[in-house]
Structure formats: structure tokens, C-alpha cells
Design a protein around this ligand. Structure first.
Ligand code: ADQ
Length: 489
């Protein structure tokens, strides 16, 4: 522990993310009901036992009136959450606009929006201004709640401007930033009009983390080539100040999935599914309905497999669970219709009066239903065109210790670097290759399946979300201590 730090039971960790891990529904003028999400980050942070975590973020609702804001703030405090209130216009420009229409596709190699140049430039400028304004609003809330000795962990592409805003307030604040998406090649990043400003803001952090070594390397190259700074094995140096840059691959709370398989309700689900698909091999896709997930390409590869392997047509079923996201963005609406159209065509082509080859659901499943599905699956298909990590592949492996099914995994998902030796790796753009790997997976003998599964299962159960969070936070703490010692010298 640092010298001069006030004695407190546990150091506090302020986790700042665009969204709080709760859904808030307004029940009356001053009453709210809250539903806490049990997702990855939440359980990861439960594992960080040395710190007392508090969340700062947007609650996902527009609350224009003071009475509503006060009541929500009070309700959230019980869940250790602190809200940032963003109005509709800011959300539109910052979240739908700059975050999801510019940074998200760019970081996944889908390029910048292609519309009329002038219009894009104009909307780009106003969206970037809103992005900075929103980040400043997050910084104001952090600053208001910050106590000396707290550690601040900023998350994701929504908050790239935040480290700078925080350090402008207080240069002693320990600030870390972690990116959940890929960081693209510097050649892609340099197309972004605000490329330098964003890099400099991120560099204000003490520790910058990515899922893979490649993303970290891309970030360092962007800083050297675009900003002319010096890259070192530890990170990026600017006028004697080092920003540490490193890879921290995320994991899942594997125990939670393994334990769920023992729950009677899940076992009942598993029995039902086995009965429902008796005599057929089950293939599974679970994705948010997003262009980066490669859902149309996956379904086209399945079609090609059916075309070329007639003997499998009545012996295999593909269950594609696609939870709709960003439904007000036109590109996502287009993607939904495109997927529906392909599924309809394939089912019309290969379906019979009693069975169809693809079951496509446009919705999210609850945790127990999802675990049961993972457990009965013979082959999981994760064919993201790009994906920071991809936790679905980890969740599938965690639920497969009895069945030892096969994972087909995109080489463009971060998970390919950790689960690559156990999975069948594919280029999702190559429909023929994916179709062939479906055949390979369905025909794989049990000895090889067991060997591959074992490799992945050991990885998933030893590289957990808790370990990920602990490693990042303790390194962040140490990095700052080092920096302070250096300044004192
Ligand atoms: P996502 O793009 O959301 O996350 P992913 O890592 O696969 O992708 O996580 C999705 C989560 O949502 C999983 O926990 C999964 O179970 C759940 N989910 C997805 N579809 C579902 C459905 N239909 N029903 C129920 N649950 C569903 C971003 C990055 C990833 C990175 C994570 C974590 O894009 O690359 O791995 O953050 O850093």
C-alpha cells in the first residue's frame, strides 16, 4: 500500500462504463424498479475482493426531470451504482452516432460511413463534439465521487476521451482504460479524422489494456506512426512519461456455467431439447445481431454444407439465437431483413413437412435456457468477421464437459488466440472453408473431440473473468506507484 494513503478497510475501485449493469424502469414520478444484470463484467468484479467496486455510467433511460433523477440516484446507490444523466440529443449524437456508427465499425475493419462526403464531415464534427461532451459529463461525475486513493477503471470505445478529462482534473488519479473491441491496424485508425486527439486522450491513462497482444501492438504502432512517439516493450513514452500498454485477455465466470448445469430446471431443459432434436446433430450460433458477428456468412456456409452433403440434410439442425441490438440504426434493420430472407430461402429449399434445417430466433435467452442449449450442442459456430474476444465460445466450452462438442471459431475473434488449439479455426469470409469445417466437425471421432475439448476446457476454467479483473486492477495500482516513485526520484 502507498505511503500516506488514509487507512481504509478496502481500496475503492470506480468502474466507469457507458452502461451501468442495471436496467431501470420508471414506476412512478419518484419510483424506479431496477434489474441488475448478471453479465460478465459484474461477476468479474465480484472476484476483485481486495477492492470495493462502485459503478459509474448511464442507466440507459432518459430522465429529464429532477424528481426522477433524484429518485433514480437514490435507488441506484443501493446497488453501488452512480448514474450519469445524458439527454436524448447527446445519446443520439454520442452513442448512436460517434460510438456505434463511427468507432464500432471502424474498429472492426468495416470502415467509416460512406454517405455523401460533406454530410458525413458535418455530422462527424457534431458527433465528435457530442462524444467529447458526453465523456466530460462522465468525468464530472467521477470527479465528484472520487476520493484520494481510489483506482479508476474506464471501459471501452465509448470512453476514449475520459482518461484525459480525468487527468486534467487530477493528475494523481490512478486511471486505467480497457478496450473490449479489437484495436485495428494503425492504417485503419489513421483514417479517423479525430485519430490523434483520441490517441492522446487514451495515453493520459496510466495503464491501457487490450484483449490480445496484436491489438496492443496496433495501438502502439498508431501512437508511433501517427503521433511520432516512442514505443517501448512496456508501452508508449512521451517526454519521459510512460503509459503502460499490455494484453489482458478476458475470461468468463466458468464456475457459474458449470454449476448451472446441475440446476434441476436446466436438466429438465436439457432433457426436452434432447427429445426435441433426437436423431439430429445440433449446431448452435449465439450472437448479438450485429454485422461483426458474420451471421449471414455463417448461414450461407451452412447452406453450402447441406448442398454438398445430402446425406446430412435430415440429420442436422442449426439453431441460431440472435439477440437484436441497436434496433433504431438502419444498418441493423437491414441486417435483420437480410438474415430473415436467407433463412427463409434455405428452409424453403431444404425443409420438409415435419422439419426445417434452421431455427432462427430473434431474441435473447435467459441464462438457464442458454446453458441447456450450450450443453446439448454438438457443434458451435462462432464466425465473427472481427470480435474483440467473443465470450460465447468460452461459455460453450464451459458447458461441454459431458458432451465434448466441437467449436468452429473465426480466426478474427480474439478467442482464436486462446482457444485456437482446441477449435477448428476458419476464415469466416471463405464460405467453402466454413462448409468443409462443418463436415469435419460433424464427422470428428470422439478421441479427437475429447483431446480438443480438454485443451479448451482447461483454458476456460483457469483464465477466468475474476482473474482478468484482478490482474488488470493490481497492475494498474502498481503502475501508478512506480510512476510516483520515479517522479520522487
Ligand atoms: P459482445 O459483442 O456482446 O461483447 P460476446 O463476447 O460474445 O460479444 O458476449 C456476448 C454476451 O451476450 C455473452 O455473455 C452471451 O451469452 C450473451 N448473448 C449473446 N447473444 C445472446 C442471446 N441470443 N441470448 C442470450 N444471451 C446472449 C463485447 C466484444 C467482445 C468481447 C466482450 C467482452 O464485442 O468481443 O468478448 O465485449 O469483452
Amino acid at each position: 500500500k502507498q505511503e500516506g494513503q488514509p487507512l481504509r478497510q478496502r481500496q475503492r475501485l470506480l468502474v466507469v462504463a457507458n452502461r451501468l449493469p442495471v436496467s431501470a424502469v420508471r414506476r412512478g414520478e419518484d419510483s424506479w424498479s431496477l434489474d441488475v444484470s448478471a453479465g460478465g463484467l459484474v461477476s468479474a468484479l465480484l472476484g476483485v475482493k481486495e477492492f470495493e467496486a462502485k459503478w459509474i455510467g448511464w442507466a440507459g433511460v432518459n430522465v429529464p426531470d429532477e424528481i426522477g433523477q433524484k429518485a433514480l440516484t437514490k435507488a441506484l446507490a443501493e446497488k453501488r451504482c452512480i448514474p450519469v444523466f445524458l439527454d436524448e440529443e447527446i445519446v443520439h449524437q454520442y452513442y448512436n452516432g460517434y460510438c456505434n456508427n463511427i468507432l464500432w465499425p471502424l474498429f472492426h475493419y468495416l470502415g467509416l460511413p460512406q454517405e455523401d462526403r460533406l454530410a458525413t464531415t458535418r455530422s462527424f464534427q457534431s458527433q465528435f463534439a457530442a462524444y467529447k461532451k458526453a465523456n466530460q459529463m462522465f468525468a464530472d461525475v467521477v470527479n465528484e465521487h472520487y476520493l484520494e486513493g481510489d483506482v479508476v477503471w474506464c471501459h471501452d470505445y465509448h470512453l476514449m476521451f475520459l482518461p484525459k478529462c480525468l487527468k486534467d482534473y487530477n493528475s494523481k488519479m490512478k486511471v486505467g482504460w480497457f478496450l473490449h473491441t479489437p484495436f485495428p491496424s494503425s492504417e485503419i485508425h489513421r483514417t479517423l479524422p479525430s485519430r490523434s486527439e483520441l490517441l492522446r486522450s487514451v495515453l493520459a491513462a496510466d495503464l491501457v489494456g487490450f484483449h490480445t497482444y496484436d491489438y496492443a501492438r496496433h495501438f502502439v504502432s498508431a501512437c508511433t506512426r501517427i503521433l511520432g512517439l516512442e514505443g517501448t516493450p512496456e508501452g508508449v513514452e512521451d517526454q519521459g512519461r510512460l503509459t503502460r500498454v499490455a494484453a489482458f485477455p478476458i475470461g468468463i465466470d466458468s464456475e457459474r456455467f458449470i454449476r448451472a448445469l446441475e440446476v434441476p430446471q436446466v436438466q429438465e431443459h436439457i432433457r426436452e431439447l434432447k427429445e426435441r432434436f433426437a436423431g439430429r446433430k445440433v449446431m448452435l450460433g449465439v450472437d448479438r445481431l450485429d454485422m461483426i458477428k458474420g451471421i449471414p456468412q455463417k448461414i450461407l456456409a451452412f447452406e453450402k454444407f447441406l448442398e454438398e452433403n445430402p446425406s446430412w440434410r435430415d440429420k442436422v439442425v442449426l439453431l441460431q439465437i440472435a439477440v437484436p441490438t441497436r434496433t433504431d440504426v438502419p444498418e441493423y434493420q437491414k441486417l435483420t431483413s437480410q438474415v430473415h430472407e436467407i433463412v427463409g430461402r434455405i428452409n424453403g429449399r431444404f425443409g420438409t413437412l415435419t422439419a426445417v434445417p434452421i431455427h432462427h430466433l430473434d431474441r435473447s435467452l435467459d441464462f438457464h435456457a442458454l446453458c441447456a442449449l450450450y450443453a446439448v450442442t454438438d457443434v458451435a459456430l462462432v464466425t465473427s468477421l472481427r470480435d474483440g474476444m467473443n465470450l460465447v465460445s468460452y461459455e460453450f466450452v464451459a458447458c461441454q464437459d459431458a458432451k465434448k462438442g466441437v467449436l468452429i471459431l473465426s480466426e478474427f475473434a480474439g478467442a482464436a488466440q486462446s482457444l485456437g488449439a482446441g477449435a477448428i479455426l476458419v476464415n469466416p469470409w471463405n464460405i467453402t472453408e466454413v462448409a468443409n469445417s462443418i463436415a469435419q466437425a460433424l464427422n470428428m471421432d470422439s478421441e479427437e473431440r475429447e483431446k480438443r475439448h480438454k485443451h479448451n476446457f482447461i483454458h476456460v476454467t483457469t483464465h477466468t473473468a475474476q482473474e482478468w479483473a484482478e490482474t488488470f486492477v493490481s497492475e494498474l495500482n502498481d503502475t501508478v506507484v512506480e510512476a510516483q516513485i520515479r517522479t520522487r526520484e
